[in-house]
Ligand binder design. Structure first.
Ligand code: SF4
Length: 463
């Protein structure tokens, strides 16, 4: 690219909000920027370019972004050097032009489908172009990319598809990420083979808003993709997120029995335990169907760990409907949940519903959901006591003044453990840890075996 020679060394600072997809997008942008002489900084004050990669899904992330971007007005005034401020992601996709009007310090905004053009946009802005907003959609029929990793660790996020066709009544994603488009199975396999061979990747997380509908336009199936990754030598663990219960097929359930590298964990958002609320949410499945999927998954792999999402206080949710959600939690006994109070997303069907619920009622229901779930989680964690789990160590934590290593089991449970010697750096080592005690949120354990940075060969489903 011509631009490479023309830009002097500069620093970029990122703030990313929301889901893993957004964090992956930031990494992708960083890769493109490093090609044009940018390096990353964690210090906002030394950056030449600030990028806010936004999320429109949760109200909290929205509010945080508006507050953070408001603060950049000061930076503009204090700084003598040329600093550019860019906003990307879901809010930029739907409100890019409004953001430029409201915040004069923003130089440019760009949506989710043009992140691969960031270098050109940065060049335009530093060259003195007027402030601009780009939120065009990629109109090509093919979705083809190469995964970019800028880190030096064995985990990589792999976008396998983008967009969503589901239009759940509360969700803004189909408006911010567009319609579903999948990459080709073979392209993804080659991409992962390259990362395993040349970047030391051992664990991949396959990403999409609804991965179960992967490949529809190409006559390919998600289950076949998972099985195709089985023969990549050096790839240890495959995770995926997110799934929609309507699209969980019998083949998908079977791969949880057959695929040796597939993590025994499934994040399967249910959102509500009430059939009438699910209908208003346009979720296309019933509570009974959802519970039967859980049963089939457990039959396919008894080690399966299921996590979920719950929305408290969907518009006009009755006390009875709320109680039905509590009953579902008792039946499903999720390993953990993301739960949040409903908040309106402009432009969605739910935003047009007349709603009689107050914030107080939503808050109370959310607390009841979380309290019950914490008790369930405590029971699950207690059952882990005395068992040995394989863990990929991703760092340390300070627990009441004691340094502990931490990592996740293949079934996605957080484990902290001690190791007598402080000299050895265990980051990105595969270890066996015996769980000794637990709380609702994590487990404490001790090191049993250190395999080093090379994963142990598994001839069985990893725990
Ligand atoms: S399936 Fe998920 S991403 Fe798609 S509209 Fe529903 S909640 Fe949003």
């Amino acid at each position: 690219m011509q631009i490479e020679q023309q830009l002097p060394p500069r620093k970029v600072w990122f703030r990313t909000y929301g889901c893993q997809m957004n964090y992956h997008d930031s990494e992708r942008m960083m890769h493109h920027l490093s090609n044009v002489n940018f390096s990353r900084t964690e210090e906002q004050s030394e950056a030449d370019l600030l990028v806010f990669n936004t999320c429109a899904v949760r109200d909290l992330a929205n509010q945080k972004f508006y507050s953070h971007v408001g603060e950049t007005k000061k930076i503009r005034h204090q700084n003598t050097k040329q600093v550019k401020i860019a906003v990307s992601g879901c809010i930029a996709q739907t409100e890019g032009k409004e953001l430029l009007k409201k915040y004069p310090q923003i130089d440019f905004t760009f949506g989710t489908d043009v992140i691969d053009n960031i270098a050109e946009m940065v060049f335009r802005s530093f060259a003195g172009d007027d402030r601009f907003s780009i939120n065009t959609w990629d109109k090509s029929s093919d979705y083809s990319i190469e995964t970019k990793v800028t880190h030096n660790n064995p985990q990589a996020f792999i976008n396998i598809m983008k967009g969503c066709d589901k239009f759940c009544s509360y969700c803004i994603v189909p408006f911010t990420r567009g319609r579903e488009k999948s990459r080709k199975l073979l392209e993804i396999k080659k991409d992962i083979e390259r990362l395993v061979e040349h970047s030391g990747v051992q664990e991949v997380m396959l990403l999409g808003q609804n991965v179960n509908s992967f490949g529809k336009e190409n006559n390919e199936r998600f289950a076949d993709l998972i099985m195709a990754l089985e023969d990549i030598k050096g790839l240890e663990l495959v995770r995926y997120t997110t799934s929609h219960p309507y699209d969980v097929t019998p083949e998908m359930i079977s791969v949880h029995k057959d695929a040796k590298k597939l993590a025994p964990h499934l994040h399967l958002p249910v959102q509500s335990g009430s059939n009438t609320v699910l209908k208003r949410m346009l979720r296309q499945y019933s509570v009974e169907h959802y519970l039967s999927l859980l049963e089939q998954l457990k039959r396919a792999n008894p080690h399966m760990v299921i996590t979920s999402d719950i929305i408290a206080g969907f518009p006009n949710e009755t006390e009875q409907e709320h109680q039905e959600t509590l009953r579902l939690l008792e039946k499903a006994r999720f390993d953990s949940i993301f739960s949040y109070a409903f908040s309106v997303r402009r432009g969605t069907k739910a935003a047009r519903m007349q709603d009689i619920l107050t914030d107080d009622i939503r808050g109370k229901r959310l607390r009841e959901i979380q309290l019950l779930q914490l008790k369930i989680q405590e029971d699950h964690r207690k059952e882990m006591s005395g068992k040995i789990y394989k863990v990929l160590v991703d760092g340390t934590s300070d627990m009441k003044g004691i340094k502990k290593w931490k990592g996740r089991t293949p079934c996605n449970r957080l484990v902290h453990f001690t190791y007598p010697s402080h000299d050895l750096d265990l980051t990105w080592h595969w270890v066996d840890v015996k769980v000794i005690s637990s709380t609702a949120l994590s487990c404490q354990g001790e090191l049993v075996f250190d395999y080093g940075k090379k994963a142990p060969n598994s001839d069985h489903n990893p725990r």
